[in-house]
Ligand binder design. Structure first.
Ligand code: NAD
Length: 473
């Protein structure tokens, strides 16, 4: 890249795509269509601020692909939002959805504001006006384009969006499906909060179940006893660490921006979390020792490293010192392309973000299905299942002349709640996606890494959709 040439995030995504496309057999025209951003809506609108001033807000919504509809992707509020970034993130959503078999095209939205500089009332006005602009151009709707939270947005903003949409489209029976990540009281789904961390755990666990992969890495099969390090104790990192801990892995180090702690005996994730909440710092945790620098945690010897905080934390400079055998990308883009090259040479397995952190969009899909079906998961079958289980258990006890313990009885009898079904759907999704990517990788030894294999899987799925749709004259 020349000095005057600006870095393009979308260009970088296109490069990764081209690298993987070489391992597919699609017509160049189809590949060009898969890569292209189908629609970019750049808008400006005025909002009156609390002090009476009128501010003109810049915002975007990009629909990268309509090979499946609706399009799907978060809305971010950040001062750095620009068209190139929104296009890149929308493209990544297309590939992410394809990999985890979520039948959506990729989309993404952005509003160029720093949300910390606005009052709640101002943010509400900006969000509602943005939604109205999307409605005017048919860029939102349960069948066209379904946003979700991203940086700087959450359940509150999604509630404003659904409310604005529903009031502009009175009588639209599926209006709740116009956005996901809503509060449960506004049509959200239980189990979404922990979904990304849980998906990361399911993905890595599946890789650890593959004897040939573990043998190459010099590791034993299974998650139990594995030494795990997590960077970032936020939504993604905290839940991922908890699920590894619960499965019998040892969390030997945790890193936050103010520092990092370790203990070869294993850290109690909740105790560290509480300590940080109480003292304002992860450092000086009574059950562990401090690292000199927080980045030291990335280079400490371990089996599995989960960077779940920021982008570009492992690069060409520190990658040679990283000792982990498996790196699970919890954050978006924690490894640079230079780091990828180092790990291919070292034989470290990098499990790529594009699929590993897809738990959030997968559960968003379940939320959208719930909204379209207008019924809570489990409502129809919970009691029926419990009655059947009761009956079966009674028969077994009668035939064997033995009583099961109260604890076992509760477990066997239990009919599925919404959260059980959401977790089970997520587990199935991550296991299937892991196997598909690994199969693609194994089928062609020329594919250098799991990231490229994931792209190959995505390109093949989107390509098949286009081929099946037919190309209009
Ligand atoms: P979060 O804000 O809840 O957590 C991030 C954590 O990282 C915070 O606790 C923060 O203090 C910590 N952190 C910041 N700088 C750090 C540093 N230098 N070293 C160590 N820790 C540091 O955010 P999140 O929702 O957990 O998202 C984390 C990453 O995962 C982001 O890249 C995000 O795009 C990605 N992601 C999130 C989701 C989701 O569902 N939340 C889904 C897919 C991808």
């Amino acid at each position: 890249m020349s000095a005057n040439e600006e870095y393009s995030f979308f260009g970088a995504v296109e490069k990764s795509f081209d690298r993987a496309a070489k391992f597919t057999n699609w017509d160049p025209g189809i590949l060009e269509q898969i890569k292209a951003c189908n629609a970019v809506y750049r808008m400006k609108f005025p909002v009156r601020m609390d002090d009476g001033r009128i501010e003109v807000i810049e915002a975007y919504r990009v629909q990268h692909s309509q090979h499946k509809t609706p399009c799907k992707g978060g809305i971010r509020f950040a001062a750095e939002v620009n068209q190139d970034e929104v296009m890149a993130l929308a493209a990544l959503m297309t590939y992410k959805c394809a990999i985890v078999n979520v039948p959506f095209g990729g989309g993404k939205g952005g509003i160029k504001i720093n949300p910390r500089k606005y009052s709640v009332y101002e943010l509400e006005k900006v969000t509602r006006r943005y939604t109205a602009e999307l409605v005017k151009k048919n860029f939102i709707g349960p069948g066209t384009d379904v946003p979700a939270p991203d940086y700087g947005t959450g359940e509150r903003e999604m509630a404003w969006i659904v409310d604005t949409y529903a009031s502009l489209r009175p009588g639209e029976i599926d209006a709740a499906g116009c956005v996901t990540g809503k509060p449960v009281t506004q049509g959200g789904v239980r189990g979404r909060r922990e979904a990304t961390g849980m998906g990361i755990f399911f993905g890595i666990r599946e890789v650890c179940q593959m004897p040939d992969v573990m043998e190459k890495l010099g590791l034993t099969v299974g998650v139990e006893g594995k030494r795990v390090i997590v960077q970032g104790l936020g939504n993604v990192g905290y839940h991922a660490a908890k699920f590894f801990h619960n499965a019998g892995a040892k969390i030997i180090a945790l890193a936050e921006y103010e520092g990092a702690v370790y203990s070869e005996d294993g850290l109690d994730v909740d105790a560290v979390f509480e300590h940080r909440k109480k003292t304002g710092s992860i450092l000086n945790f009574p059950g562990g020792s401090n690292f000199a620098k927080n980045t030291d945690a990335l280079e400490y010897d371990c089996d599995i490293l989960i960077p779940a905080a920021l982008e570009n934390v492992i690069n060409g400079e520190n990658a040679p010192r990283v000792k982990a055998r498996i790196i699970g990308e919890g954050a978006n883009g924690p490894l640079t392309p230079e780091a990828d090259e180092v790990f291919v040479t070292k034989g470290t397995l990098v499990v790529p973000d594009m699929y590993l952190n897809a738990g959030g969009v997968t559960v968003s899909y379940f939320e959208w299905l719930k909204n379209l079906s207008h019924v809570r998961y489990g409502r129809m079958e919970k009691r029926f299942t419990e009655n059947m289980n009761q009956h079966i258990l009674g028969q077994i006890e009668e035939l064997t002349n033995r009583q099961v313990s109260t604890r076992e009885r509760q477990f066997i009898m239990h009919g599925p709640e919404e959260v059980d079904l959401v977790h089970s759907g997520l587990e199935e999704t991550m296991i299937t996606a892991t196997r598909e990517i690994m199969d693609a990788w194994k089928s062609n030894p020329q594919i250098p890494d799991m990231r490229t294999a994931a792209y190959v899987v995505a390109i093949n799925k989107v390509g098949t959709s286009y081929a099946e749709l037919g190309i209009f004259p």
